[in-house]
Design a protein around this ligand. Structure first.
Ligand code: PHE
Length: 387
């Protein structure tokens, strides 16, 4: 066999060898090899082009059962020649070009580029045959696969809020909502937050005008709901809240809260504890322990801060819980009777509790997210992790 005639050799076998193995030592030999590859490539393309299936599709006809769409063969040819790991072009790069003597590299490189361009061009012409279709309706091929759209996922914050809502649904709560742009009356006044309270400071609050703010919490919906409905009342309020915070890993000027409110006769602090303990175990897992610490909010009395045992160290003490074994999670308390006078409930008959939690904070702890900004950047690499 003439050392430059490899036309009968299996093509994938051919590209497994170095040029030296193949007995190719000069530029003419290299050119001859690439010519032979081009001939093989044309054979592959011709086979598809001559197939009954390709002709039918080109005429706008429909394939029978058992017939294979030419795009399947076209894709196979593409993988055979251009496949990134096992394609012929890849093998030539690794087996011919890389170990070749310097004086042949240029020739091989040019042959390789021409071959790659030829494959691409021929495949493109199979996919979009340059035929002129006179009647457009005939050009529509309903057997072609449709355009695939990327399937999205619910945003992880939405998933967390839905999960919180589900847990409270099971306890007989219903959902209420209120406006993001809120009056000072609902956001502060009716919640017993006096004019000189630091929470009203324009350092913490986005004022639209003197009487209107972006709500700093979801608590105004407590008042709106009590104005609207009579006890017994069990509601949760998922929604956005706004504060003038500088963005960093744990702060964002816009964030999400879920508020809760229950008002009825004979509601005690024990009901509040039982409810939140149940909720937190349902959300974080049954091994979680809860702790209520005295705190202060103008609209609850008594007030408490709820902690959970640290999820990361099993309450042994670590950086995340600042060595305390506990993680601060949410505010709560018994509805301050002062609120009932604003909504005309009889404070001698009714009692209730309220709570408010930050959704980002809960989600960060549950899913191990280190930076709150990730929730708002819309980077699909982050978002698609939460399918
Ligand atoms: N509104 C409070 C906050 O944003 C949380 C809270 C809600 C506290 C309900 C007690 C009762 O910090």
């Amino acid at each position: 066999m003439n050392s430059s005639d490899h036309s009968s050799q299996n093509i994938t076998d051919l590209v497994q060898h170095t040029l030296e193995d193949l007995g190719v030592r000069d530029r003419a030999g290299v050119q001859e090899l690439f010519n032979q590859l081009e001939v093989r490539l044309q054979d592959y393309i011709r086979q598809i082009r001559d197939s009954d299936e390709f002709k039918k599709i080109s005429r706008g006809e429909t394939l029978e059962r058992g017939e294979r769409h030419p795009s399947v063969d076209t894709e196979a040819v593409r993988v055979l020649w251009l496949g990134r790991k096992q394609g012929i072009v890849r093998f030539i790069t690794d087996n011919w070009l890389a170990p070749a003597p310097p004086e042949l590299k240029r020739e091989i490189g040019q042959g390789l580029n021409a071959l790659r361009a030829s494959v691409e061009e021929k495949i493109a012409s199979l996919i979009n045959p340059p035929t002129v279709v006179n009647e457009p309706e005939q050009g529509i091929d309903i057997t072609l696969p449709g355009t695939r759209r990327t399937v999205g996922v619910r945003h992880i914050l939405r998933q967390a809020m839905d999960e919180i809502t589900e847990i409270f649904f099971a306890l007989g709560y219903s959902v209420e909502e209120g406006p993001d742009i809120e009056s000072v009356y609902y956001n502060f006044e009716a919640l017993n937050i006096p004019e000189d309270h630091p929470a009203r400071d324009d350092q913490d609050t986005f004022y639209i005008d003197a009487r209107t703010v972006l709500r700093t919490h979801t608590s105004p919906v407590q008042i709106r709901t009590m104005e609207k409905l009579q006890p017994p009342l069990r509601i949760i309020v998922p929604g956005r809240a706004y504060r003038r915070d500088t963005p960093d890993a744990t702060h964002s000027p816009m964030f999400h809260q879920v508020e809760g409110l229950a008002v009825d006769t004979h509601i005690t602090f024990a009901d509040l504890k039982g409810t939140l303990d149940y909720f937190l175990k349902a959300f974080f897992g049954p091994e979680v322990r809860t702790r209520f610490r005295p705190s202060f909010f103008p609209f609850t009395e008594p007030s408490a801060e709820v902690d959970i045992s640290c999820l990361f160290c099993g309450a042994q003490g670590c950086r995340i819980c600042k060595q305390s074994g506990w993680i601060e999670l949410m505010g709560c308390g018994m509805v301050d009777p002062a609120l009932y006078s604003y909504v005309h409930y009889d404070a001698s008959v009714y009692s209730g509790f309220a709570f408010g939690m930050g959704v980002e904070r809960l989600a960060m702890l549950k899913y191990g997210v280190q930076d709150i900004q990730l929730f708002f950047q819309g980077d699909v690499r982050f978002l698609r992790q939460f399918r």
